[in-house]
Ligand binder design. Structure first.
Ligand code: KIV
Length: 272
């Protein structure tokens, strides 16, 4: 295979500039070295090492069991691919909520131990002090509002946010407060499309939607959702771009057949 020419590194400044140039931003999750390489070759703008790893790689039912150790290991694998894409590490449940000191200590581990270039943390107005403190330490922070999975019980399930005036007001004020606190971008998850459009117009930093309609500055999806590798359930906003499980099953069936029939290995595949 001929190598594609190496892309220019996407830095935080370039990422933010895309909004001002009107260029849509494409983000996918990645949790390992090789997927990071493939997505980077495809030209992705940022790789989010999401705490969704708990559900899509470890079979957990939520993101709650995901630990700092898991996140650092997966972030480190992605960063080792040396992608041109921006690498963003997702701070897991209770790695930043307890205190500003805990938040800074753990955010710094993503940068200094795992090689991330930015961190993401969930929460609106109530997380502004944390975002400010981490950003003031020189660590780029991506905010995340809407239906934030680490607070799913508070929302009573994965419910679309911004549908009534109170929720809409809270989201707009949160977005502005997050920007003012120094975040470089924010994820809008499961946000009613008109509300997401209003938020996007109200802030200068890029909004990256997931289930938040077409007017966000960019979109993020989970790689295992778009390839069919997470087949437990498919949210309405997911578009399947590939169906990998049947290909894997077929490869395994052929291998099993070849082993059982003695067709594998051949002499060429042996050290004779
Ligand atoms: O963990 C994750 O993958 C995320 C995205 C869905 C935004 O937070």
């Amino acid at each position: 295979m001929t190598e594609k020419p190496r892309r220019k590194k996407v830095a935080i400044t370039g990422f933010v500039e895309k909004k001002h140039k009107g260029e849509k931003i494409a983000v996918l999750t990645a949790y390992d070295f090789f997927t990071a390489r493939f997505l980077d070759r495809a030209g992705i703008d940022a790789l989010l090492v999401g705490d969704s790893v708990g559900m899509v790689l470890y079979g957990e039912k939520s993101t709650y069991p995901v630990t700092m150790e898991m996140m650092l290991a997966h972030t480190s694998a992605v960063a080792k691919a040396e992608p041109a894409a921006l690498v963003i590490g997702d701070m897991p449940y209770m790695s930043y909520q307890p205190s500003l000191k805990t938040a800074v200590k753990n955010a710094a581990k993503f940068i200094s131990e795992a090689g991330a270039e930015a961190v993401k943390l969930e929460g609106g107005i109530e997380m502004v002090a944390t975002i400010r403190r981490v950003a003031d330490c020189g660590i780029p922070v991506m905010g995340h509002i809407g239906m934030t999975p680490q607070s799913i019980h508070r929302f009573g399930g994965a419910k679309v946010q911004g549908r009534n005036e109170k929720s809409r007001q809270y989201l707009i004020e949160s977005a502005q407060a997050i920007e003012e606190a120094g975040a470089f971008a924010m994820v809008l998850e499961l946000v009613q499309a008109d509300c997401a459009r209003e938020i996007t117009a109200a802030v200068k930093i890029p909004t990256i939607g997931i289930g938040a309609g077409k007017d966000c500055d960019g979109q993020v999806l989970v790689i295992n959702d778009i390839t069919g590798m997470y087949d437990i359930f498919q949210p309405k906003f997911v578009r399947r771009y590939a169906e990998l499980p049947p290909l894997i099953e077929k490869a395994a069936e052929e291998f099993i057949r070849d082993v059982k029939s003695g067709n594998y290995p051949s002499d060429d595949e042996s050290f004779v």
